[in-house]
Write a protein that binds this ligand. Structure first.
Ligand code: SF4
Ligand code: SF4
Ligand code: SF4
Length: 331
């Protein structure tokens, strides 16, 4: 490598480090996570109670007027047997997935076992889909905390699709007038005094509706109970009057998913196998929007910082070019 190329690489590395400096200090300028509204509504999903019946998937389709779907490989040989979307999609707002390992014999065991997990919007406390939407088509209700999508305001940019850490919003690509699809926590039913459809039909109480702080206490009670002891699991709504589902307390993982992840979620999960095996990723406590909005607000305050950053980069580029010119003249 000749001398001028070495110098160029050194200067370029210095320039890149200078440009990256604001990113390194991003943590220092992130805003606080937003907080859970006191009466926020949510769901406790207990994977150990889920029997994989998929009543919740069917009820969700009916309540939200979305069509059934089948993977092409199934519909080719036996069309119409089952609504079997493999994941959430533009037509499926909620799905039950299954973790399996080895001989797949033991329910809620990581080794040679299996466990169900329900997948839909987690109604984040500090949602990045709301933060990235340029036209406020994604909104979080200040009282209930429910995150909804307004198709009339949406311009179809799909920023929310890329911004969500759980891959929840889906775009209906197969429709010429496609929209964003995601669980709205059956807000339309709740306004009529009804339960979200998936909680309403769940036979075991695996999907339980309620006030998030009360659901959290219920989750903590279950984790504190002795495995093998009988327990009256509420069904439908926590604190409601439905007959309970009596079953033995299983061996739970000690973590309640959704308390801290990305600043918290209003859907909380407990399970018998580690959450990441159920497709619930390990995520930092800081919400993505606390970081991106903190950086943006700091950089754009009075437009002073962007001008300073641009000025610094221009100076570095100018100095590098001048040095290279001088070296080439000397050689
Ligand atoms: S899970 Fe995704 S779509 Fe749902 S509120 Fe959080 S960021 Fe938004
Ligand atoms: S709350 Fe409603 S929209 Fe969301 S998964 Fe349950 S049934 Fe579907
Ligand atoms: S209805 Fe309840 S038990 Fe059945 S699959 Fe859904 S969450 Fe599981």
């Amino acid at each position: 490598m000749n001398k001028s190329r070495r110098r160029f690489l050194k200067s370029a590395t210095g320039a890149m480090a200078a440009a990256a400096a604001p990113l390194e200090s991003a943590n220092a300028i992130r805003r606080d996570n937003k907080t859970l509204p006191p009466e926020a509504l949510g769901m406790l999903y207990d994977s150990t109670l889920c029997i994989g019946c998929r009543a919740c998937v069917t009820a969700c389709k009916e309540a939200n007027d979305v069509p059934v779907e089948q993977p092409a490989r199934l519909s080719a040989w036996n069309p119409g047997t089952w609504d079997a979307g493999e994941d959430i999609s533009g037509k499926t707002l909620n799905t039950i997935r299954v973790y399996t390992h080895g001989s797949k014999e033991h329910k809620d065991k990581a080794e040679n076992g299996y466990a169900f997990v329900k997948r839909h919007c987690l109604h984040c406390v500090d949602p990045s889909c709301v933060s990235v939407c340029p036209v406020s088509a994604m909104n979080k209700d200040p009282d209930t905390g429910i995150v909804t999508h307004d198709p009339d305001a949406c311009i179809g940019c799909r920023y929310c699709v890329y911004g969500c850490p759980f891959g929840v919003p889906q775009y209906q690509f197969d429709d010429a007038f496609g929209k964003i699809a995601k669980c709205q926590f059956c807000e339309h039913l709740q306004k009529q005094g009804q339960l979200p459809a998936c909680c309403d039909v769940c036979p075991t109480g695996a999907s339980l509706f309620g006030v998030v702080t009360e659901l959290q206490q219920e989750a903590e009670r279950r984790l504190a109970a002795r495995p093998g002891d009988m327990y009256e699991f509420p069904r439908g709504r926590l604190g409601g009057d439905r007959p309970t589902h009596e079953a033995a307390i299983p061996e739970y993982e000690s973590h309640i998913y959704g308390v801290t992840e990305v600043g918290g979620t209003q859907i909380r999960y407990i399970s018998g196998v580690p959450h990441e095996k159920l497709g619930l990723p390990k995520l930092p406590d800081a919400s993505p929007s606390s970081l991106s909005e903190g950086v943006q607000h700091t950089l754009y305050k009075g437009m002073i910082a962007p001008l300073a950053v641009l000025g610094g980069l221009a100076f570095l580029a100018h100095r590098t070019t001048r040095k290279l010119q001088q070296e080439e003249e000397e050689e």
